[in-house]
Ligand binder design. Structure first.
Ligand code: ADP
Ligand code: MG
Length: 284
């Protein structure tokens, strides 16, 4: 498998000395969907922002497609990695096609003039993200689910092989959460299967959706206090002995339905701790 991302001992201290990332190691190959889990404040967004270049980590190394990011210019980096941030800065009041065209910035010439190839890339990206029908709408008119698809399209228009998403389903209803994760899996798995590996994509998704991570992730990275506390296949990470020390007692551990050709996936949902009926209360 082609390695898209190699992170070694990535460490970040914010001003004031708070260590938000502590010696994080991570590899991601073409064809992989990796979910980053961890409670609020565990360092997920800091990790994604360090990867996308929004912040410069204070220690460690990042290599994209085998090249250290320290040697890449911002346009080169943007051709390798596309990021949808957690807090969407107030989206511009632009039309969808114009907004997705913004994803072409690492390819545009000095004057930023779009060529036919850029407009073709926008159409392809909208098609792949199932967002074509809103091409002529304005961003402000779209629902949360539609908006997320347009953001995915913008990331696809960037033609980077590594896609980063920070809590992409946080504002979506259950139906749209599932549809978005299905889209991620399709973008990564089908593209890698049908094209040469050299064109394959990978995705890194920070999320609190333990059930969807269990169903769709190929691998999970679990962060706590900036450190990797577990990493591996969903069945090896989404276990009570691993999650309880990190997330506390309010989770229910089950498994999803077995599907043809695959074993059942762990299905973890938030749930209050069962009340234990006290024996002395009865029969008195
Ligand atoms: P998560 O995305 O997992 O909720 P973050 O990466 O946002 O976690 O935050 C990790 C830690 O870094 C938290 O303790 C948070 O308060 C702190 N932090 C995040 N952003 C900043 C910042 N700009 N300046 C100082 N501390 C920050
Ligand atoms: Mg975050």
């Amino acid at each position: 498998m082609v390695t898209l991302l190699e992170v070694r001992a990535l460490t970040h201290e914010y001003d004031g000395g708070l260590r938000a990332l502590d010696a994080v190691d991570l590899d991601l190959s073409a064809g992989e969907v990796v979910c980053v889990l961890g409670p609020n404040g565990s360092g997920k967004s800091t990790l994604l922002r360090a990867l996308s270049g929004v912040l410069t980590a204070t220690g460690g190394t990042i290599a994209l497609e085998g090249r250290p990011v320290s040697g890449l210019g911002s346009r080169e980096r943007a051709r390798a990695i596309a990021s949808v941030p957690q807090v969407l800065q107030a989206l511009p009041d632009s039309d969808v096609a114009g907004f997705v065209l913004g994803g072409r910035y690492p390819y545009l010439g000095w004057w930023g003039k779009a060529r036919d190839g850029d407009r073709e890339a926008v159409r392809r990206a909208l098609r792949e993200a199932d967002a074509e029908e809103w091409e002529h709408r304005r961003l402000g008119e779209l629902s949360g689910g539609q908006c997320q698809r347009v953001l995915v399209a913008r990331a696809l228009a960037q033609e980077a092989r590594l896609l980063l998403f920070d809590e992409p389903t946080a504002a979506l209803d259950p139906e749209h959460q599932v549809l978005l994760f299905e889209l991620f899996a399709r973008l990564v798995h089908e593209r890698t299967a049908e094209s040469s590996e050299a064109g394959g994509r990978g995705a890194l998704i920070a999320t609190h959706e333990l059930a969807l991570a269990g169903r769709f992730a190929d691998r999970i990275l679990l962060l706590d206090g900036g450190r990797v506390v577990a990493s591996g296949a969903p069945r090896d990470v989404l276990r009570e002995d691993v999650l309880k020390p990190v997330y506390g007692p309010h989770l229910h551990y089950g498994s999803g339905p077995a599907e043809e050709g695959t074993e059942a996936r762990p299905l973890i949902v938030p749930w209050p701790r069962p009340k234990v009926r006290s024996s002395t209360a009865r029969g008195s």
